[in-house]
Write a protein that binds this ligand. Sequence first.
Ligand code: PLP
Length: 456
Amino acid sequence: THDTASWQAADAAHFLHPFTDFQQLAQKGSRIITKADNLYLTDSEGNRLFDAMSGLWCVNVGYGQQSLIDAAAHQMKELPFYNSFFQTTTPPAVELAQLLAEVTPPQFQHVFYAGSGSEGNDTVVRMVRRYWDLQGQPERQVIISRWNGYHGSTMAGASLGGMKYMHAQGGLPIPGITHIDQPHWLEHGAGMTRDAFGLKAAGWLEQKILEVGPDKVAAFIGEPVQGAGGVIVPPATYWPEIQRICDKYNILLVSDEVICGFGRTGNWFGCETMGTKPDLMTFAKGVTSGYIPLGGVMVGDRVAKALIEQGGEFEHGYTYSGHPVACAVAIANIKLIQSLKLVERVRDETGPYLAAQFAKLNDHPLIGETQTCGLMASMQLVKAKDRGDGHPAMFDSALEVGMLCRGHCFANGLVMRAVGDRMIIAPPLVMTIAQVDELMGLIHKCLDLTLGDVRA
Ligand code: PLP
């Protein structure tokens, strides 16, 4: 067996981590998480941490749920693997497809399975282009997405995403993908009401469509609430206007529900919270609460009809498309979300309570803006609340105030993420009101410690 130091040495010697500075990892060592239960992680030093990020936005039902564990063990014994290529299937893959058709909005009666959110979005790129081919409009190739959005790490996923530091490695984006700015009021909305800004930001889509040529645009894709970009909750006017523009130009609307799906926003899917009717919907993460990898695309009637009735083969698929063990865990997970009434709890109880607590954070001298949507929330750390035009003054990014705050969180038993100077959370949906209070106590403590550093 290993102790912390020997785990860290072996880790640094052999494991190339995703999105990790290799030099820093070698110097400081990784934090080693060994166990978890409910909302709490335990590390190799025996520290207990409140996991306000649900792992990577995925452990919606919390850790240690026996019904998911049993579902995996049972299916492993029954049939650990069989594929879904070439006209074969397995009972869990069929049962999950049926269940997904029930819990998703009515236009979704079909699913295409993948192994992750990235693979789901790669599927989206090929599927929308295939759709327009079948419509006799093969020149409709261009997909519009948003700067600072996150859609995964494969070539197509990272291209759809708008993280410029990702594009800089590997010659991205791939051809036929173009971006518009995000509906981030703090960044782009100075001098405007949020609602007026929401309409303006949606208007950028129309401008881009006209610039590309409406007959060349295949689809628009976005996260209902931008997650990795900093939990940017769009103004209420934004998504309805995006829907109107997509309808006007007959463009497919794709909702990336990898984070927002399965209850996160207080509805089953983020598009329901935002009032859109997407043609395709990417999912992953919360579909299994992260207990096992699974992702995919919900395919709306318009696209499904074309694929099925005009189609022949869609030349696409993954070994693990419809993996029986992953599907069995997803079924158990969805049934648990239903029986614990987690979506209703987020919508009616914990979501509104968290929103009220976050609103109070605006009294803290470090906080310039807070936003919540269901159980995802963000707070912007700022130098001054008003620089003179109603907008806050930001810190010099070189000060890395967000990272300072994140350090205090770790040291005090809280996992919270920093996106620049924006602190974000997305706790498990099983969180109780008492646990919201516990979380807010930790957040206040860490903000005060950060304020002490900034003033020193
Ligand atoms: N889409 C969104 C909105 C995401 O947040 C993520 C992951 O964080 C992905 C896609 C990619 O999913 P995966 O990491 O499972 O490939």
